[in-house]
Design a protein. Structure first.
Length: 189
């Protein structure tokens, strides 16, 4: 069983690396060892990223004991939003709390948090926000259905002092993921 978990985590991590290195592209999480439950894609994603040395917070509903499921599968602990390494936005919004999230320091810019937005659907085209920067050939316009309209504007402001900022991941209910690292420029929309 442990071997299957390691294999699943490695395969999932490779997908995350692909999504982070090519911002705005849609990648599919592998389905190797099914995880039961309403938040199976989220648990699969977090299992390869989190461990007992990082903390998380949840913005929005803690539907079905989500915090307990995350702790059980990752070993990480829940903390307040300003201290968390990972922030899970269950309704596609941080509800105006984005400014509270860690952005790193000039000495340790990688100390910024990662935000995981749970959204309705992700597609590579037809979106309103234009992304450019490292890993993008020209520009891309991903469609992220279920993301609050203010979030991309707030992400642009939070990440304006690169290398400080936050990395963001968007995960839909079908296990599709797209990412906007802090190095990506979010254009006007």
């Amino acid at each position: 069983m442990r071997s299957a978990t390691i294999h699943k985590d490695h395969a999932t991590f490779r997908v995350v690396l692909q999504a982070m290195s090519h911002p705005g592209t849609t990648c599919q999480l592998p389905v190797l060892v099914p995880i039961a439950g309403e938040h199976a894609p989220l648990i699969q994603l977090l299992s390869c990223l989190m461990d007992n040395e990082v903390s998380f917070s949840i913005v929005g509903d803690d539907a079905g004991g989500l915090a307990n499921d995350i702790s059980m599968h990752t070993g990480s602990i829940q903390s307040n939003i300003s201290e968390s390494n990972f922030v899970i936005a269950t309704k596609g919004t941080t509800s105006g709390q984005l400014s509270l999230i860690k952005r790193g320091t000039l000495e340790y810019p990688d100390g910024g948090a990662t935000i995981v937005y749970l959204v309705d659907e992700i597609a590579e085209a037809e979106g309103t926000a234009e992304l450019s920067g490292p890993g993008i050939n020209g520009t891309v316009r991903p469609r992220i259905a279920g993301l609050a309209t203010s979030e991309l504007r707030e992400l642009r402001e939070i990440n304006a002092e690169y290398p400080l900022g936050v990395d963001s991941m968007f995960l839909d209910t079908n296990g599709r993921i797209t990412c906007i690292p802090r190095s990506t420029q979010i254009g006007e929309y």
